[in-house]
Design a protein around this ligand. Structure first.
Ligand SMILES: *[C@@H]1O[C@H](CO)[C@@H](O)[C@H](O)[C@H]1NC(C)=O
Length: 439
């Protein structure tokens, strides 16, 4: 049980490191945690780690009496970490730093005596794999303070010795994001064309959809530029701010759009009911919270004390939002069924009913894939192919956008006129059947 929890912890580290590979500054203050995880990074055969420690101080009993070989940094892969945990459980070792499976970077007993306040180190790794940089402090009575600057990068092949600050499986992400930006740019153009062609039957919601697609495109452009800047320099240099702004706007507008379409606003009816407004009033502030949590998670990294808390806040808020957006669709389906029974236009209502049921299923699939399946994929794929889960997530999102746009596009023909008596009868029959089986 404890073992699986710790594995889960490692999985959690790896799924959230949007910023992995950046030059990372971390402040550790009077910290007694036995294990402090830093970043995770995929090395190629020419991987390097730069570690600069300043303001080192150990508090606790007189440091000359301590066994400082039990305090230090190490690199480990997921497999070797599981191995270490097993060894500790079997009581073969008492401290992760004593294990043979890990790669020691620096143990504090190597430092000259008395412990200096700063230390620099350059470590090269030629075994390509995904590593986590971890700090271990197996002395229960000692608390550690230090500023850590950690940089992990790969040297590019060839003589240039150009550094690539993106992890091995993520180094082509700038190009991936750029390709998707082009796709959404094309989608925007197509949508503007559709709006123009069918301008007589365009509703407000269609302009809202246009805004959502544009924001998505801009968000991808910023993400591509952000990633490519990090790849070259190791820092985000302002592009991350733009990225956060657009993800924030995109997140809010996308959820609002799902709710609005779900309520049938402007397609079925020109107003929102009170309970539908309430859903919006829940979802929008929660999206604000989710975005703040995402920024904190990305910018601090797993060494932070509050990192786990923010991670939980984000997951919780996200789940609540995803559930909340389903209610309006369910209400619409219910209303349409009741209307179909009473107003004698069964066929028309059945068409809409089918549409909303499809939409309900597609929204659930979209949420499931982007929240669960993508993370699962990221966990099981080798670190070298981490970009594939990004591509999978973006493809599912793209399919969702295309489906929504296609199914709710402005219609030239009003379905009221296109239905003959036969179809009407068939539809009424089907509704009756559904009522019997309570579908
Ligand atoms: C960090 O350590 C590396 C390796 O010793 C060194 O080359 C680099 O100049 C140091 N950087 C800073 C900011 O101290």
């Amino acid at each position: 049980m404890a073992l699986s929890l710790r594995i889960l912890f490692f999985v959690l580290i790896s799924i959230t490191s949007r910023a992995a590979g950046e030059i990372r500054y971390s402040e550790i203050r009077s910290d007694g945690r036995p294990i402090i995880p830093f970043d995770e990074f995929g090395f190629t055969r020419r991987g390097q780690l730069e570690l600069n420690l300043t303001q080192i101080s150990l508090s606790g009993p007189d440091s000359s009496t301590l066994d400082l070989s039990k305090v230090g940094f190490f690199l480990c892969t997921r497999d070797s970490w599981i191995n270490v945990l097993q060894q500790i459980e079997d009581a073969e070792i008492t401290c992760a730093l004593q294990s043979e499976s890990i790669k020691k970077i620096l143990v504090f007993s190597q430092l000259p005596n008395p412990t200096p306040t700063s230390f620099n180190l350059l470590y090269s790794e030629s075994n390509a794999d995904q590593y986590s940089l971890v700090f271990a402090n197996c002395l229960l009575q000692v608390q550690v303070s230090m500023n850590v600057r950690s940089v992990m990068y790969n040297l590019e092949n060839g003589k240039s010795n150009q550094r690539d600050y993106l992890s091995a499986g993520k180094t082509i992400l700038p190009r991936v994001y750029f390709v998707f930006f082009i796709v959404y740019f094309a989608l925007t153009a197509v949508w503007i064309y559709v709006l123009y062609k069918k301008r007589l039957t365009v509703f407000k919601i269609h302009f809202f959809m246009l805004a959502v697609v544009i924001l998505k495109a801009l968000n991808l452009l910023c993400e591509a530029e952000d990633k490519s800047y990090i790849k070259r320099t190791g820092s985000a240099h302002g592009w991350d701010v733009l990225f956060y702004i657009f993800s924030f706007l995109k997140g809010i507008t996308l959820f609002t759009l799902i709710v609005l379409i779900g309520t049938g606003w402007s397609i079925l009816k020109p107003y929102l009911q009170d309970k539908e407004k309430k859903v919006l009033m829940i979802v929008i502030p929660l999206q604000v919270v989710a975005n703040i949590a995402q920024v904190v998670i990305d910018e601090t990294g797993p060494y932070g004390q509050d990192w786990m808390t923010w991670k939980k806040v984000f997951l919780l808020v996200d789940v609540v939002c995803c559930c909340a957006v389903l209610f309006p669709i369910v209400w619409s389906i219910k209303n349409l069924r009741e209307a179909a029974r009473t107003d004698g236009k069964a066929a028309v209502n059945l068409l809409k009913l089918t549409l909303f049921r499809q939409y309900y299923i597609v929204v659930i699939c979209y949420i499931y894939f982007t929240r669960v399946a993508v993370y699962a994929l990221e966990t099981i794929t080798s670190y070298k192919y981490l970009w594939t889960s990004v591509v999978a997530g973006e493809l599912v999102t793209l399919a969702f956008y295309v489906f929504t746009g296609y199914k709710f596009k402005p219609e030239q023909h009003n379905p009221y006129f296109a239905i003959d008596d036969e179809e009407e009868e068939a539809a009424a029959e089907q509704l009756k059947l559904e009522d019997e089986f309570e579908l």
